[in-house]
Design a protein around this ligand. Structure first.
Ligand SMILES: [Fe+2]
Length: 642
């Protein structure tokens, strides 16, 4: 069956396409609209659909709306109740329900040709549960735990996957919600609610949980699979912060207390679930599952042998989960997720075309992984744009900012690039086979959803990635699934002795992660990044701003740093390409670089004349990347309650 999944109602609108149980594509609307999280989670915006993401998913598979067998909409208005009867203070919530009921007709309008009768409402937490239980590799039987801000009338689902069925065991009714409590705290601390919850988690590392006792009166597990979480008197515990105000130790202590209280409650819920199922695998989804500190505690102290967390645990993931749920319900055998790189991609030829259009001087080195490793070893900051973009909030080696982990000042540098708060940590990517000697925690960790203790003897060697509490949120890199990133890491280790590189998301403050080549060039042009590695090409900052210009063959010698400084010194305005279209100095044409070994088409491709570019896959027109342009790098980001 061909099933399109849609998440639209609250936030992080997204679309996913599942064909015969296989996940073909998934993307968040924010990557197209360039509005972070797609929209604010207001009742008035509930009608907005992930139109661009949905259209792209169909185009990626060459389908028309009428070719779909079903559309999964990850909210079932028939299960909802009026907000006031659920104890929620949300006077416009009825708008959400009205919009949800009309979603089939809205989708019919947004996707001309779609039969609205094919739209199915999937219960919100069932969609989250399917995104975990049906996507996790390695087990036909598992337990599943979902926690978020809210669904139709609950904020939680504890259940079990058996074969292709998911059996709910327990669901906590609203207003009790661990996600909403964490959202309240986020707002109390002056951050953006439903967006910045991960900042609270980071701030917690600076505090002590001295208010835990008070919080336990309001947030706790009830021993029957459910919990209480509502009515926390935040202002009595600590004064509120306005946006942008500096936090004090009291605020850090409050964050630490709430984080500890959340972890305790989650552990109780997990133990209850295991007592019912005795499974070895726990899968998790829902915005709360993006709290990697809590996830680690569940993995470390909980009763399950293994914990797998959906990389798109927030509401975006319900697009995929809803589609998987309908696929399994319809008899398709669903396949586990192979990776989070489910978004857009470009062929090498397309990328080169974009660089030429932008009149940006670029090079095509023999191996971009080596070039990047060399730049990182020289303490340059690198923007890494490789393969398909990631589904979910983490950069996982495809849209990343990379830096040297051995320089203690690099978090500050990166936070300056990204315009972020300085208390925010940056994370490491590490070769999977080297990770256990450096980090202690759940392995493998390909999606950056756990934190790990950094071994004492390594803390001074990689200070940039060690958080104030001695932990790091690692991404383990498997050479089989991420060959290009692994090659870059290996090359960096040969040069520095460190099998670790700093990896954070390729974006600037308040903006979604870079998705397409133009986003990458705009990000590179507006922030002090030294090198952009985009597919098999690199753009260097000196050349970028010094007015180097590609020659007819599409290659240009970058001006040296000295040249670039000299150019700036005479007062020219930095620009893309050349000022006013006229080269202010002779542009030196680069010699054609050595072709990639074993690639007969390489020289012609570098010269811009060959039909087949090295690294381009068999289907350049659809953007399939080959061995060179294949998946690379990583990034960080958002928050909990969704
Ligand atoms: Fe949710």
């Amino acid at each position: 069956m061909r099933i399109l999944g849609i998440n639209a109602l609250f936030h992080d609108p997204a679309a996913a396409l599942v064909i015969d149980g296989h996940t073909v594509a998934a993307a968040e609307e924010e990557r197209f609209s360039r509005r972070k999280h797609g929209k604010r989670p207001l009742p008035f915006s509930a009608w907005e659909l992930p139109e661009k993401a949905a259209a792209w998913c169909l185009a990626e598979a060459g389908l028309r709306p009428q070719d779909l067998d079903a559309v999964a909409y990850s909210f079932d208005p028939r299960l909802a109740r009026p907000a006031d009867t659920m104890g929620l203070d949300d006077p416009w919530d009825h708008l959400r329900l009205a919009y949800a009921r009309e979603a089939p007709n809205f989708l019919h309008t947004a996707l001309p040709g779609l039969d609205p009768e094919k739209v199915r409402f999937v219960p919100h937490h069932m969609a989250h549960a399917a995104s975990g239980a049906l996507a996790a590799p390695g087990a036909e039987t598992s337990s599943v735990l979902v926690l978020d801000g809210r669904g139709e009338a609950t904020s939680h689902l504890a259940g079990r996957r058996v074969g292709d069925r998911i059996e709910p065991l327990c669901g906590q009714e609203l207003p009790h919600s661990l996600g909403l409590v964490y959202e309240e705290l986020t707002e109390h601390l002056g951050f953006l609610r439903s967006s910045d919850e991960y900042k609270v988690m980071a701030l917690a590392s600076y505090g002590t949980p001295r208010m835990l006792g008070e919080l336990r009166k309001h947030v706790y597990a009830t021993g029957d699979g459910g919990f209480r979480a509502a009515g926390v008197p935040w202002a009595e515990l600590c004064s509120p912060l306005r946006p942008g105000e500096a936090w004090t130790q009291d605020h850090a202590d409050l964050a630490a207390s709430a984080q500890a209280c959340l972890e305790e409650t989650l552990l109780d819920l997990v133990r209850w679930l295991h007592g019912r199922t005795h499974d070895s695998l726990l899968t998790m989804a829902g915005g709360v599952a993006l709290n990697c500190v809590a996830n680690s505690r569940i993995a470390r102290e909980g009763p399950f042998d293994r914990v797998w967390v959906q990389p798109a645990s927030g509401d975006a993931g319900t697009a995929l989960g809803g589609a998987l749920y309908l696929a399994a319900s319809g008899g398709d055998r669903t396949e586990p997720l192979a990776g989070a790189d489910l978004g857009r991609r470009w062929s090498d030829a397309e990328l080169e075309g974009r660089l030429k259009t932008a009149a940006v001087p670029y090079e095509r080195p023999a191996d971009v992984a080596e070039t990047v490793a060399e730049a990182l070893a020289e303490d340059q900051i690198v923007a890494w744009f490789q393969g398909r973009s990631e589904y979910g909030p983490r950069a996982l080696g495809h849209r990343s900012l990379l830096a040297h982990p051995g320089r203690s000042g690099n978090p500050e540098r990166l936070n300056d690039v990204k315009g972020r708060e300085q208390f925010r940590p940056v994370a490491p990517m590490v070769l999977a086979d080297r990770a256990p000697e450096i980090f202690d925690g759940p392995m493998p960790s390909p999606y950056m959803l756990f934190v790990h203790e950094v071994a004492e003897e390594w803390r001074d060697r990689i200070p940039a990635v060690v958080h104030v509490d001695g932990t790091a949120r690692i991404q383990t890199v498997d050479p089989v699934t991420e060959p290009m990133v692994a090659r870059m890491l290996g090359s960096f280790e040969r040069r520095t002795g460190l099998p670790v590189v700093v990896n954070t998301s390729l974006n600037t403050a308040g903006r979604p992660m870079v998705d397409d080549p133009r986003d990458a060039l705009e990000c590179f042009g507006s922030s002090p990044v030294d090198l952009l590695a985009i597919g098999p090409f690199v753009v260097r900052r000196g050349a970028f701003f010094a007015g180097g210009q590609p020659d007819a063959a599409g290659t240009a010698e970058p001006l040296s740093a000295t040249d670039a400084e000299g150019f700036a010194a005479v007062g020219s305005v930095p620009s893309y390409g050349t000022p006013d279209g006229v080269s202010a100095r002779p542009v030196r044409t680069a010699p054609v670089r050595e072709p990639v070994a074993g690639s007969g088409a390489a020289a012609a491709a570098v010269a811009g004349t060959g039909p087949g570019l090295p690294g381009a896959g068999p289907d350049g027109a659809t953007g399939t990347t080959g061995p060179e342009g294949a998946p690379g790098g990583g990034a960080d980001t958002p928050g909990m309650p969704r």
